[in-house]
Ligand binder design. Structure first.
Ligand SMILES: [Zn+2]
Length: 257
């Protein structure tokens, strides 16, 4: 998609690399590179799919892609917490401290994790310890994926930024908005929500609580069209397309060539 020279920086906060046994998907480096090379977005935050047969191997692939695209590719660690505390903590620590990843993903449906149970709380505790935000899959996969499942944990870790991925996935977006309205550390990543809901999120919570994400490469133009159609205020567009993500994940960004 061609972009104006003065268009705001776009950070795609939800992108996957590698294979997924669970959802029967696969994304290769070349596909993400093409998106970056054509300048459809300026930066991407990439994570393994929850059904990755070897999440650590995908973490290494993300780190390699980040070396190819400095300040444009960032990583989020996603590994099944049910593999056990030692395996989980070793790998997420490696991702953040050695590979420079900027967040941890809790996949409620893909990894069968209730955010309030022991395995779920381990993810938030690790994120808080490592000083990176936690991103939580919400929407499909209720009840674990209900946005409200995050609320007790958000209260226990008030300093930890928590990103509700998919902002409740249209069906539960009103709940995501309600939860975010009472918990200031929650942010909404809006992939798969409706355009009307996007407008409502920006209006009721403020642009600084809302961030663009696509989840799947083919969904990038669809999600961007929602923003350009609904978010007409230029400063709000700048915030939601990149500013919120830059601040929440602490990104040092370069611009698309
Ligand atoms: Zn996803």
């Amino acid at each position: 998609m061609p972009r104006d020279a003065d268009s705001p920086l776009i950070v795609d906060t939800h992108m996957h690399l590698g294979p997924c046994d669970g959802f029967d998907l696969n994304v290769e480096e070349a596909q993400i590179a093409a998106v970056l090379d054509e300048g459809a977005v300026d930066a991407v935050i990439v994570q393994p799919f929850p059904g990755a047969p070897d999440a650590a191997a995908v973490h290494d692939r993300i780190a390699a892609l980040a070396r190819r695209y400095p300040q444009r590719v960032f990583g989020i660690a996603s590994i099944n917490p049910h593999l056990g505390e030692a395996v989980y903590l070793d790998e997420v620590r490696r991702c953040v401290t050695e590979l420079g990843f900027v967040g941890l993903k809790l996949h409620t449906i893909g990894h069968a994790v209730n955010p309030q149970h022991r395995a779920g709380r381990m993810v938030f505790e690790a994120a808080a310890q490592l000083g990176v935000p936690a991103m939580v899959h919400t929407g499909t996969g209720a009840p674990f994926a209900l946005p409200s499942m995050v609320l007790p944990v958000a209260r226990d870790y008030p300093e930890l930024p928590i990103v509700l991925a998919h902002a409740g996935y249209a069906m539960y977006t009103p709940e995501a908005m309600a939860v975010a309205s009472v918990s200031p550390s929650l942010y909404l990543e809006t992939s798969w929500s409706t355009s009307l809901q996007l407008g409502g999120m920006v209006k009721s919570l403020g642009a600084e609580r809302v961030m663009y994400g696509s989840d799947l490469l083919a969904n990038i133009p669809v999600e961007l069209a929602k923003y350009h159609s609904i978010v007409t205020d230029r400063e709000q567009l700048r915030q939601t397309l990149g500013g919120t993500a830059q601040r929440v994940f602490g990104l040092e960004l370069g611009q698309a060539a």
